[in-house]
Ligand binder design. Structure first.
Ligand SMILES: Cc1cc2nc3c(=O)[nH]c(=O)nc-3n(C[C@H](O)[C@H](O)[C@H](O)COP(=O)(O)O)c2cc1C
Ligand SMILES: CCCCC(=O)C(=O)O
Length: 387
């Protein structure tokens, strides 16, 4: 249920007051290996922690005696309206945490008016997800050795009504995620990459000690030789806007903008790829600075509060994406849980805008921030989601 009755139910169900508290509910429900796949990062998980901690180093400089009786959160992304500057990051295999998978997630986003980005490795087909969508929908695309597979994803996305393609560029191979290696992570039998035929699915379910079947699959299929030159090929395939996800430097941002990319997601892949990478929030200002205004810059990684959203917007993001909290909500309570997570972020952002005297998104700027605590600064509140 995503409607009003769902809201009424919640009073009796002791809904956690903040998205992060869904982490504990999800952790108690999920198999340890599934929890670890979602919560974990690569290597020593330095970037996983610092992506989150980067937000905690900023303090807010509130302005007072501003009319904040109405705070306006709606904006546009690539020319289409969204109710709030918070969207759902692409994440593989939502059916790992709830039988309804991506269709529940996208229904919840639609109820809130938030953008959804569906993963190449969704566990429902991209067509099923599009049919359940009532809000804006983009498709995340991995580029495979077999270009025909990628081309077919692009064609299907166009036919199903996706409005943009998000090309993830930080995963030429999957990083070593030690929790998955330790657990010998493989997909449970009921979870499949629904967009692919059986040939492409081979091997994803056979877990082996010391390995991750997802990493093995990426090794076989992801095209690690894909370069800037090859982007022209993708560009020639479609007139849908292209967004590059996983850019962390001004140099790459400039090059992307020169090639006519419509948007960028500044991202460390949630600390799951290059460990030791600069936290996404710290990379954001140089990326924003490097590209013309018409190239829309989003950021993700570690956003858990409305005040985190505010900080990202103050550093120049047009919107943010949220990953793991959406899966916590989905695990805890299906579509209702996802809707609640998004609703809470919206309520927290509206509150943060009111209490900082910034009632419109275009009043949120760098002067809102005071950089205080140096690294390392890892408040205990971050621990429960990474445990
Ligand atoms: C379980 C999981 C699966 C993910 N799968 C994908 C994916 O298929 N494609 C992709 O581009 N990013 C993927 N990501 C990265 C997210 O899009 C996003 O960058 C990251 O989760 C944001 O950080 P957060 O979880 O701290 O909000 C995945 C992340 C998680 C946690
Ligand atoms: C090969 C990538 C699988 C999904 C993913 O991007 C992730 O787990 O972070």
């Amino acid at each position: 249920m995503t409607g009003r009755a769902g809201h009424a139910d919640r009073g009796e169900r002791e809904v956690p007051p903040s998205p992060r508290e869904y982490a504990a509910v999800a952790r108690a429900k999920l198999d340890r290996a599934v929890w670890d796949y979602i919560a974990g990062g690569s290597g020593d998980e330095v970037t996983l922690r610092e992506d989150r901690a980067a937000y905690d180093r900023y303090r807010l400089r509130p302005r007072v005696l501003v009319d904040v009786s109405h705070c306006e959160l709606s904006t546009t992304l690539l020319g289409r309206p969204v109710a709030l500057p918070v969207g759902i990051a692409p994440m593989a295999y939502h059916r790992l945490v709830h039988a309804d998978g991506e269709t529940a997630t996208v229904r919840a986003a639609g109820a809130v008016g938030a953008l959804t980005i569906t993963s190449t490795f969704a566990s429902k087909t991209l067509e099923e997800t599009a049919r359940a969508a009532t809000g804006p929908l983009w498709l995340q695309v991995y580029v495979f050795h077999d270009r025909k597979v990628t081309e077919s994803l692009v064609r299907r996305a166009e036919a199903a009504g996706y409005r943009a393609l998000v090309i993830t560029v930080d995963t030429p191979r999957m990083a070593r995620r030690e929790r998955d290696l330790r657990n010998g992570f493989g997909l449970p039998p009921h979870v499949r990459p629904a967009n692919f035929d059986d040939g492409h699915r081979a091997g994803l379910h056979r877990a082996r000690a010391g390995g991750s079947t997802l990493a093995d699959h990426a090794e076989r299929h992801h095209d690690a030789a894909f370069t800037w030159e090859d982007l022209a090929w993708l560009r020639s395939l479609t007139s849908l806007p292209l967004v590059l996800k996983g850019v962390l430097t001004a140099q790459d941002a400039r090059r992307a903008a020169e090639l006519g990319v419509a948007g960028l997601v500044v991202s460390t892949h949630g600390g799951r790829q290059l460990d030791g990478a600069i936290p996404a929030l710290d990379a954001l200002p140089e990326v924003v600075e490097a590209v013309p205004d018409e190239c829309e810059v989003l950021v993700d990684g570690g956003i858990r509060r409305g005040t985190d959203v505010l900080k990202a917007l103050a550093l120049g993001a047009r919107a943010v994406l949220v990953g793991r909290p959406v899966l916590w909500g989905l695990a805890a309570d299906g579509a209702d849980g996802v809707e609640r997570v998004l609703d809470t972020l919206r309520a927290e952002l509206a509150e943060a805008m009111a209490l900082t005297g910034r009632p419109r998104l275009d009043t949120i700027a760098r002067d809102l921030l005071h950089r205080s605590a140096p690294f390392p600064y890892h408040p205990a509140s971050n621990d429960k989601e990474m445990a």
